[in-house]
Design a binder for this molecule. Sequence first.
Ligand SMILES: *[C@@H]1O[C@H](CO)[C@@H](O)[C@H](O)[C@H]1NC(C)=O
Ligand SMILES: *[C@@H]1O[C@H](CO)[C@@H](O)[C@H](O)[C@H]1NC(C)=O
Length: 323
Amino acid sequence: MKSVLFSRFFILLPWILIVIIMLDVDTRRPALPLTPRPYFSPYAVSRGGARVPLRRGSPGRDAAKRNESRPRPHPEPPLPTIYAITPTYSRPVQKAELTRLANTFRQVAQLHWILVEDAVARSELVSRFLARAGLPNTHLHVPTPRRYKRPGLPRATEQRNAGLAWLRQRHQHQRAQPGVLFFADDDNTYSLELFQEMRTTRKVSVWPVGLVGGRRYERPLVENGKVVGWYTGWRADRPFAIDMAGFAVSLQVILSNPKAVFKRRGSQPGMQESDFLKQITTVEELEPKASNCTKVLVWHTRTEKVNLANEPKYLLDTVKIEV
Ligand SMILES: *[C@@H]1O[C@H](CO)[C@@H](O)[C@H](O)[C@H]1NC(C)=O
Ligand SMILES: *[C@@H]1O[C@H](CO)[C@@H](O)[C@H](O)[C@H]1NC(C)=O
């Protein structure tokens, strides 16, 4: 008889203890926050020192918590990658320009930077720069043949083509992921809004460019959502009177036109853009961005040529500094 009582007692004991502990915790809770910790406690200390309950459920936090555990019914489609091809060459302002560009690109989601040096080898300056840039990148190089290094001839042709070749090579075997290509010269200024606009490019999209062609801006003329002509101060007869910074092309279009490249032969100065776009699209197909091409989101800034008149011929400083 005694042993039965004992065994009952020992079965009940843990439950009694649990109930006591729970009651204790519950009554002690309001006394817990001795320091004001509004984020973790239901009470906050008001200015007078009196504890006042926080307003129940700041709606944002509570809603976010509820949504966390629930899987989304439709996962969002992957963000198209923006591939920015930037030709670059060694000059006093190179690192400054690249720094400006990287600071912009770092704020753009899902951007891959293809930097192509006009050089026989990758330079140490650019390699070091990219290693610390904090951006997904590809570092290429191709020298411009000496015969094309003359004033009046288009620049960066070989470098842009190297970027195109890399892009096609990389997507040769896999099914193309959504992507958008654009030519980001290192002397322009880019608004972050521009990347939002170009991200939705289906084939080829266009937009205005500021400070170019001897005018405050150039832009495609748009009627009923279609490009019908060009507002430009220079050679309006060009089939695509647009600057290199004024268009983007979907990766799909680049891959399905494997022969489209920038041409040296037969290409007149200033016709690079037209010659290239002619190979992949028509004016009727162009998708106007930036509110039907009424907003300037990129500027052809062009850094002033630096004055190095007092630069010594030989190292006079006690240290060698990369600029
Ligand atoms: C939670 O989900 C609902 C519907 O699914 C949505 O309307 C609401 O904006 C979401 N809240 C947050 C904070 O994501
Ligand atoms: C562009 O113009 C078309 C046709 O006039 C119009 O339907 C569309 O809403 C416009 N888009 C923007 C972003 O203003």
